[in-house]
Design a binder for this molecule. Sequence first.
Ligand code: CUA
Length: 175
Amino acid sequence: MSDAASPPGFEDAFHKAAERHERIWVFISMVLLSLLLAGTLFFVVLDYGVVVKTDGYRIDPSAGATAPLADAGLVRTGPNAYSVHMLAHLWAWTPSPLHMPQGAEITFHVTSADVLHGFEVQGTTINMTAVPGITGAVTYTFAHPGTYNIICNEFCGIEHQAMIGRIIVDPATPS
Ligand code: CUA
């Protein structure tokens, strides 16, 4: 901008004004980005229910006390609600495969018999850590029928990558 026709002092004033505008707009864009981030977070947590709840009760992993619970499979707890005790162990999920009806509210009580495992159901928001000695709970409703993979997302040893379970959501029968 070294135009010979510019009045003296014009360039300095121009740059100062430009810098002030830049600062203001950088600030505004940062505020907007922060609001967007916070808004998205609220939306995801409140609308999609990305909240992990913990039962808070302890269970003795060495006693094998969790196995009978897991063997029980899906237990009806309400008109359209079920619960299931899901046991992680080297290197599988029990029970699996696990059938459940479409559209029902399913509460998973998840624990581990040995080391830390990750309980993640692909294509859903279910993602929690299976901790030996502690059970955690997560509730989910499968809106669509199909086969869902339970994958372990916590490295747990040599067969970690093969630790896959199956959830089969059966189509709701029209009434
Ligand atoms: Cu279990 Cu990785």
